[in-house]
Design a protein around this ligand. Structure first.
Ligand code: GAL
Length: 974
């Protein structure tokens, strides 16, 4: 696996030779052995030695198989004129060669390890480059940060070796081969290799040289590799610093008075500020020899498992984390730096404090950002063999000795590359690779190599060789049992527990985050988790009319695919936050502000930080309109502490009024400006006054063609409202249906299936009769599915005065209902011109019964178009809850007002739920001639059943008798 190191000095060692097999054919492709010809893995660093980035435009040829690829591409005289240009780094499928394919668990080829299809797309790359004039005449390495999946490399006609391990670096010694001018680098990349069996992560299959390629001069007598061990003793506030490296290498950290500390010699440093995700204090230093200087950033911290808890610097930490795949909608797993920065900033602004690098080490630059900005990281190895689960794990490489070296090699390359990042607090062996000897051996090596970090692997259910108990998608109930220590074998009951995946953010959802937080707070060993996942992997595409949309599995005609299961992020593909991110930010806010009995309680939920960096302020709003504001003095609270404060002195208010208290950054940080709100809470200060007298007193006026009641006009035959003060409308009619969400469609006990079986998507409305009862019009109906016996009585009681029309809808289930209801409310259409919404209720974003923490009481405005959440796979969305009133108006301000008694929820869209349900992409949603307005008593919760538990019992909407009371008031132009 390793080649000898270049000798110091200017002598030229013999050209490096690839070890192992004769590479005259492509037999290496199906060899389970790891890379060869590459040099020993080492830390990723950049020193003051010259470096030459080789990214840019390369020559490229795609052949349908390894055998069909041309001979001699490594030769100077090979003619590549007929080839194309391709950007490196990049994936060839996103550069017009072949197409992407998505599968989750299944391998897209026959499972016959280590064999791969003969139709094995093979990309040949060529680059000719000159050395800069000042390039030194000394050893050099050629570094590839990522080639998917297998690359054979030549420089100037000499073969350097083969690299596998797509998301892992490989370096080749090349010094003696370099020429000042006209170097020729040739790389043959195979889409499939034996290594593909180890890389079955749930993501697009995308190939090519997709991370940086760099030529690095390696000065004689320079720094080959180093490990900085920077521990922190929280009892003494002292740091220990130790450099492990070849003798002669030293470390200096001027700020700490450390000058030229030799490798191998520990030093104690008094009064260091430790590194944490909450306060990422880094000390700048240098690792140096006489010929090379490497800038380093040191974070002092000690990670331990003690008393069943994972602790950093003696403190229990809670992961409020996300799983992050590397993704960009245009470039796939090539994530330009500004997008990695955008990810980290978005995370920090939404109270995310941890990242699991699912399921491979990220671009090394991402870990630098985690160090700088402060994120706890589980660095996960590039390993997943999930497709073997389809075969009952028969033949799983994890327990097959032929793959032993590959497992060790992968772990080794990750650990050596990333060991100097303080942000990395846990190593992870990989994901969903079953169990077996090779994992156990990799674990053993890792424990020996780096005793400073505990080891994670969810697949080791008994923690036979890992240090933390981890599960994915465990229900609240199971997490509670784990927290109470009544679940699983003895060993795991004594270990910290994390949810390496939870809250599956596919489409609209997840619901139930709040209840997970409560468990993390209740049980000290339950130390948080990582939402699945950060970003939707939707690839940017245009339809025939040039309209942009995001593609998912099946959109590239893949014969085998898993559809939109790749669209399960908490941010959309273009990194606009999905409503779930706002919910996450609110649920996991580090400070909690609550109000009760005329007092405020502020609790610090940081793991480490005091609240001293926050400014508190308040705003008093009457019916959503600000009437007063001020600052609030909150004494700095240590992590875990809380305080009770009296309410500020507030002016008297008449209408319903709420006090909102916000905690905002007092000073700029790397990730947000001063004033950024990290937490907020609301408390009511003036209850809503008694509701205005109900609309009544206008007498019905019946003609042959119409029945008039106040501002309402009804069809006398059907009892349907047809106009409201001159506005043509249709409905309102009872509506129980919603366009199913991915979570409704979920795997276990799916709601959608039971709803469709109960015919809720095709209900029929039968008019039982209309009658005039005094001044009220009563329209009695029975709403029921075809072919089934149960149904719902729905009686509409209409009354009015001259300006207002009031509906009291009474529903009463009949017979035995077999399922929950998607929603309970009414649907109507209003003119398309009423495209502006204003409401007093919860907002500004969408909210559902079990995902509503981010929605605050206030007065909000939006266009109907902006109310829609453009989930990549269209589904129910955009619901606003707890409305006291809603106004829908046209540009001139005229329109319709709806008041609830007391509250209701609404969605308004330019298409029906049926259209929404039928759409496969956002471009399938064509605006109709009207706005479809749903006014609801309730909707079923969201849950997380697309992968995980369904809707918690308290958020399920069961058929029951209910009353929805709404008052409609047409409004003229103001
Ligand atoms: C997990 C897996 C993830 C992803 C998720 C579902 O089992 O670890 O990679 O597939 O399910 O989206």
């Amino acid at each position: 696996m390793t080649a000898p190191l270049p000798l110091p000095g200017r002598s030229r060692p013999a050209p490096p030779r690839a070890e192992g097999k004769l590479l005259t054919s492509s037999s290496y492709v199906e060899d389970p052995a790891p890379s060869h010809g590459s040099s020993a893995p080492r830390s990723a660093f950049r020193s003051d030695a010259p470096a030459l980035g080789l990214g840019g435009s390369w020559r490229f040829l795609l052949s349908p198989s390894a055998e069909a690829a041309p001979d001699g591409i490594e030769r100077d005289d090979y003619d590549d004129k007929g080839w194309d240009d391709i950007p490196v780094p990049g994936h060839w499928q996103l550069a017009g060669h072949g197409s992407p394919a998505y599968t989750n668990v299944r391998y897209p080829f026959p499972v016959n390890p280590p064999h791969v299809p003969s139709d094995n797309p093979t990309g040949d790359y060529r680059l000719s480059f000159d050395l800069p004039d000042e390039w030194p005449d000394e050893p050099a390495v050629l570094r590839f940060d990522g080639i998917d999946s297998c690359g054979r490399v030549w420089l100037n006609g000499t073969e350097l070796g083969v690299t596998k391990g797509s998301r892992l670096p490989a370096e080749f010694d090349v010094g003696p081969l370099l020429r000042p001018r006209g170097n020729l680098l040739a790389v043959r990349v195979h889409q499939w290799s034996a290594a593909s069996y180890l890389e079955d992560q749930d993501m697009w299959w995308l190939s090519g040289i997709f991370r940086d390629v760099t030529l690095l001069a390696r000065p004689a007598g320079g720094v080959r590799d180093f490990t900085v061990d920077a521990g922190y003793d929280h009892l003494t506030a002292r740091g220990t610093l130790r450099l492990d490296a070849d003798s002669g290498v030293r470390i200096s950290v001027p700020e700490l008075g450390v000058v030229g500390l030799p490798a191998g010699q520990p030093a104690e440093v008094a009064d260091v500020t430790p590194w944490s995700a909450e306060e990422p204090r880094l000390y700048e230093g240098e690792v140096h020899t006489g010929t090379e200087r490497v800038p380093v950033r040191i974070g002092f911290r000690t990670v331990t498992v003690e008393d069943g808890q994972l602790r950093v610097n003696g403190r229990r930490i809670v992961f409020r984390g996300v799983n992050r795949h590397e993704f960009h909608p245009d470039s796939g797993r090539v994530v330009p730096r500004e997008f990695a920065v955008a990810d980290v900033e978005l995370m920090k602004r939404h109270n995310v404090n941890a990242v699991r690098t699912s399921h491979y080490p990220p671009d090394p630059a991402f870990l630098d950002l985690c160090d700088t900005y402060g994120l706890w990281v589980i660095d996960e190895c590039d390993l997943e063999t999930h497709g073997f689960s389809e075969l009952d794990w028969q033949g799983n490489p994890s327990d097959d000795p032929r793959w032993a070296d590959a497992y060790l090699d992968r772990m080794r390359r990750m650990v050596e590359r990333d060991k100097n990042h303080p942000s990395v607090v846990l190593w992870s062996l990989g994901n969903e690779a079953g169990t077996g000897r090779n994992l156990a051996a990799a674990a053993e090596w890792t424990h020996r190599r780096d005793p400073t970090r505990p080891l994670h692997y969810e697949g080791d259910a008994d923690c036979a060789y890992t240090d933390v108990h981890s599960r994915m998608y465990a229900s609240h109930e199971v997490v509670d049992r784990i927290g109470r220590g009544v679940e699983g074998p003895e060993r795991i009951r004594e270990l910290p527990f994390i949810l390496c995946e939870f809250g599956h953010a596919m489409g609209n959802g997840p619901g139930g985050l709040l209840e997970y937080r409560e468990l993390f707070e209740r049980h000290p060993r339950c130390q948080g988790g990582f939402v699945w996942e950060w970003i939707d992997h939707g690839l940017a595409r245009q339809d025939a009319e040039g309209r942009a949309y995001f593609a998912y599995g099946g959109d590239f005609d893949e014969p085998l695919h898993d559809g939109n299961f790749v669209i399960d992020g908490i941010v959309h593909p273009d990194r606009t936050p999905s409503p779930a991110l706002a919910e996450f930010a609110k649920v996991f806010e580090p400070v909690r502000i609550t109000g009760a009995d005329g007092a405020l309680r502020v609790t610090n939920h940081y793991d480490i930080l005091s609240s001293a960096h926050l400014d508190f302020s308040w705003v008093l709003e009457q019916e959503g309109t600000e009437v007063a504001r001020g600052t609030l003095t909150v004494p700095p609270l240590a992590a875990g502490d809380s305080t009770d404060l009296p309410l500020p002195v507030l002016p008297a208010t008449g209408a319903e009024s709420w006090l909102t208290v916000r905690a905002a950054l007092a000073a700029d940080t790397a990730w947000a400006k001063a004033g950024h709100v990290v937490a907020w809470g609301q408390t009511p200060v003036t209850a809503a006054p008694a509701l205005p007298a109900p609309a009544a007193g206008a007498a019905p006026d019946m003609t042959e063609s119409a029945l008039r009641l106040g501002p309402g006009v009804f069809d006398p035959l059907t009892g349907q409202l047809t106009a409201l003060g001159g506005l043509p409308v249709e409905g309102p009619r009872l509506d129980l249906w919603r366009a199913p969400t991915d979570n409704d469609r979920g795997s276990e006990n799916p709601d959608e299936r039971s709803w469709r079986a109960a015919g809720l998507h095709r209900l029929q409305h039968r008019l039982v009769g209309t009658e005039l009862l005094g001044d009220a019009l009563v329209v009695r109906t029975r709403v029921a599915p075809p072919g089934l016996g149960f149904g719902m009585r729905a009686d509409y009681h209409w009354s009015a005065d001259q300006q207002r029309l009031r509906l009291r809808l009474e529903v009463e289930p009949e017979g035995t209902w077999p399922c929950t209801l998607p929603r309970l409310g009414v649907r109507m259409t209003v003119p398309a011109a009423l495209g502006r919404a204003e409401w007093f209720g919860r907002g500004p974003g969408e909210a559902y019964a079990d995902s509503r923490q981010a929605a605050r009481i206030g007065r909000f405005t939006s266009t109907v178009d902006a109310l829609q959440t453009p989930y990549v796979f269209p589904q129910e969305n955009g619901n606003r809850i707890d409305l006291r009133w809603l106004r829908l108006t046209s540009a001139d301000g005229a329109g319709l007002r709806v008041d609830g008694e007391p509250a209701f929820a609404f969605t308004a869209r330019r298409w029906t739920s049926e259209h929404l349900a039928a759409a496969a992409h956002t471009t399938d949603l064509e605006p109709g001639d009207t706005i479809v307005l749903n006014l609801d008593l309730a909707q079923n919760g969201l849950g997380s059943a697309s992968c995980g538990p369904g809707v918690l019992p308290q958020y399920r909407l069961h058929p029951d008798s209910a009353t929805l009371t709404l008052t409609f008031t047409p409004e003229a132009t103001p």
